[in-house]
Design a binder for this molecule. Structure first.
Ligand code: 16G
Ligand code: ZN
Length: 533
């Protein structure tokens, strides 16, 4: 039975604020940190129940609000393979968080136990971590109370990045099995990534120094440790590493700032040389944006789409080089936000699939390929190698020394890439590997294709829930008639493309537009926004 007394007693210390509706969305629960105490307590209970449901497998809990402003916070559950929480539990989580009183909470939990057929006699094991937000420490205390109420076995992974927490979950659950993922410590993660990177770039000439904008977040801590592991192999300059300065987190820096403003973080201006590549992490280091400024000071962004293009082409080349063309199929997954030019570039080379926004959709679609490359334009992404592919690569006997080299590179990429979730630091080493192999500068990488001018705007509407989409969010089915009007507008613009979707993280509707000329993309976006409003 549920430990009702322990839950009740502790739940009374973490009452739900009235009038706040918490929803487990694309990014877990996310809102003002000061309102989340009851949510964290309840997520502790949920994590324990999820673990019991899965026969005592380790469940992860990450306390972060990623690229959001510093006062925000949030929490996400991580499933045993290091992946996002299974879809059906999102609704359970929302329901449990909504219970207005302790009595209602007990009722909601009892319902969940019955509905999901949870065997409460099973053990519960949970590992948790948080980013550097000031509200994090007290939210973790609330989480610990929830875990305590359930008698869960816990591990505090401290202050670390989201992808490292995902990595730890996978390692803990595969320990001692033939799928063992790595040593379950931050040290193990650093050693795995840096070891693979060193092997991949052996014999390649060292690239010029790389500037990393750490968004004044937890990525600064991890990047510093990683830099020391890399030593001479990669010269890293970490900037925006003020993790304790109030208000600094994600403020005029970080991957989301770069993507949304399409600008260089002002704090980098005096460090970056013309043509020198730099990159930005977001607040929990699961997104990555590269960029450079040219001789005239013009800013050029190398976003998730450019990363996908660079990486996918490289992997296709290695598969060919290994003599496995036709045997290992490589595919790419994008969302509607992918720049049209990237979709064109990639489609000419390999299969490309478009899915709705959100990592879980991309991740699952990528699992359908032998090697699935997925990146969102915002810089979140990774590469998945199917178990059969990993097996085939390890057991394949190469015919030539060149094939042998290509296979070794692929095997080292498997170690380099964090396959649980998008990981800014792992992705950064992946990009650096390809640049070193191709002897590309940022300018050369950028010239793979030229981005279509585009514009993203958000529209505040009375009820975003009336907006329903189909075809991977590229078309609206509701409100009825609106899509026809959008189509009519789009037809009037050369290279025009536009779509409207409700945000999964904010109370707004987003409008995206592309056209051959920048002013036209802007105009199209605002005219479509006018239809929505
Ligand atoms: C979250 C998602 C990201 C998605 C974004 C969309 C994860 C880890 N992150 O940040 O994949 O692009 O939400 O936000 O799932 P939106 O629905 O507000 O446009
Ligand atoms: Zn993030």
């Amino acid at each position: 039975a549920l430990p009702v007394d322990a839950i009740s007693e502790l739940s009374n210390l973490h009452p739900k604020p009235e009038h706040i509706h918490f929803q487990y969305g694309t990014a877990g629960f996310r809102t003002l940190g000061s309102t989340l105490d009851s949510v964290l307590f309840r997520v502790g209970i949920l994590a324990a129940l999820r673990s019991k449901k899965l026969d005592g497998k380790v469940i992860g809990v990450m306390v972060t609000a990623s690229h959001n402003p510093e006062p925000d916070n949030g929490v996400k559950l991580v499933d045993p393979r290091g992946e996002m929480l299974e879809n059906s539990w999102e609704a359970h989580a929302t329901h449990v968080a909504a219970a207005p009183t302790t009595a209602a909470l007990i009722e909601s939990l009892s319902h969940l136990v019955k509905h999901a057929k949870i065997d409460l006699s099973k053990p519960a094991r949970v590992v948790y971590a948080r980013d550097t937000r000031p509200s994090g420490a007290s939210l973790v205390k609330a989480l610990e109370d929830g875990l305590k109420a359930m008698g869960a076995e816990t591990r505090d992974a401290g202050v670390t990045t989201t992808p490292i927490l995902h990595y730890l979950v996978r390692c803990m659950n595969t320990k001692g099995t033939k799928e063992e993922y790595g040593d379950d410590s931050e040290e193990g993660y650093m050693a795995k990534l840096s070891g693979a990177f060193k092997k991949l770039v052996t014999g390649k000439s060292a690239l010029p120094p790389l500037i990393i904008d750490c968004a004044n977040g937890v990525g600064a801590l991890a990047a510093t440790v990683l830099a020391s592991h890399l030593g001479e192999t990669l010269h890293i300059i970490t900037l925006n590493d003020s993790t304790t300065t109030p208000g600094a987190l994600n403020n005029a820096c970080g991957a989301d700032y770069v993507k949304t403003t399409q600008r260089l973080p002002p704090s980098l201006a005096s460090y970056i040389q013309p043509g020198q590549r730099a990159c930005s992490l977001d607040g929990d280091a699961d997104r990555l944006m590269y960029y450079y400024a040219d001789e005239r000071g013009v800013f050029h962004m190398l976003d998730g789409d450019k990363i996908a293009a660079l990486v996918a082409a490289f992997i296709v080349e290695l598969v060919k080089g290994a003599g496995l063309e036709g045997e290992i199929n490589v595919g790419v997954v994008q969302t509607a936000y992918a720049n049209g030019a990237s979709t064109k570039y990639l489609s000419e080379r390999l299969p490309v699939k478009c899915v709705p926004t959100g990592v879980k959709h991309l991740h699952h679609a990528a699992e359908h390929y032998d090697v699935g490359v997925y990146f969102e334009a915002n810089g979140h992404g990774t590469v998945l190698f199917s178990p059969e592919t990993q097996e085939r690569l390890s057991s394949h006997s190469p015919q030539t020394p060149a094939q042998s080299t290509a296979i070794n590179h692929l095997l080292n990429l498997i170690s380099l890439i964090n396959q649980t979730v998008g990981d800014a630091l792992s992705d950064m080493l992946l990009v650096e590997t390809v640049l070193a192999h191709k002897s590309y500068t940022a300018v050369e990488w950028d010239s793979l294709y030229a981005d279509m001018p585009n514009r993203l705007v958000k529209v505040v509407v009375k009820d975003r829930n009336i907006f329903k989409t189909e075809d991977a969010e590229r078309r609206l089915v509701s409100p009825v008639g609106l899509q026809g009007k959008i189509d009519e507008l789009v037809r009037r613009y050369e290279g025009g493309r536009s779509f409207v979707r409700p945000s999964g993280t904010e109370d707004v509707v987003r409008v995206y537009a592309e056209a051959v000329v920048k002013t036209q993309a802007d105009e199209l976006a605002f005219r479509v926004a006018g239809l929505v409003y």
